[in-house]
Design a protein around this ligand. Sequence first.
Ligand SMILES: O=C(O)CCC(=O)C(=O)O
Length: 230
Amino acid sequence: MIKLTPAQLREYETQGFVLAPGVFPAGELSELDREIDRLEAPAAADAPHRGWVMSLAQRSEKTRAFAQDERLLALIEEIVRPGIAIYSAKLTAKPPRSPEVCHWHQDDAYYIQNSSSRTRMSVWVPLQDATPENGCLWVVPGSHRAGLQEHVTRPDGQCRLSMPEPLVDLSKAVPAPARAGSVLLFSALLWHASKGNATDGKRRAFIVSYQEASTVGGNGAQWKILRPAS
Ligand SMILES: O=C(O)CCC(=O)C(=O)O
């Protein structure tokens, strides 16, 4: 079972994110990818969210098991505590040649509408190599330390609740490419976004957001305590 090293843990604490390579074998991810093919809604009317699957852990036995996988919990157990609960799980997607962007935001701008958490964070698990060309995440290192910022609702894009971009300093934004098999861990306060997919391949990511088990409530019925607080 891979755990974060002290250096990776420090990186998470100072930068608000860290990449853990080589957590899942390629064969397992292909199997998960085929499961998503099965679950994916037929071309949704809501074009920006084409290929997304919400409440993912509730959609099948395989996706439920993945969101609770001990390999993910071993990576986050020094960060999310006491105990571990699922806040929500979803599949985000960028179909081939899709221009849809996810605007700059902090996940907690959405999540605090349901509950407040001290340690909330997400694992972002790419099912294909995620690159700047196909729409990997972009992040502002260290931005989580400034706390929750103002957000506005935008009429477009994959993430409608967004930081008011002209007012936000994005000069330190960097891409966070991640190979399939790796896991990107990031704080619910980290400023992040993703751009369009300019390639002929799809880009999918399985995202699970976790919080300490002592916080009551998550995203509706998705909230699930995996390891009790004591
Ligand atoms: O996976 C992506 O492209 C971005 C998703 C994201 O930031 C989110 O759902 O909060």
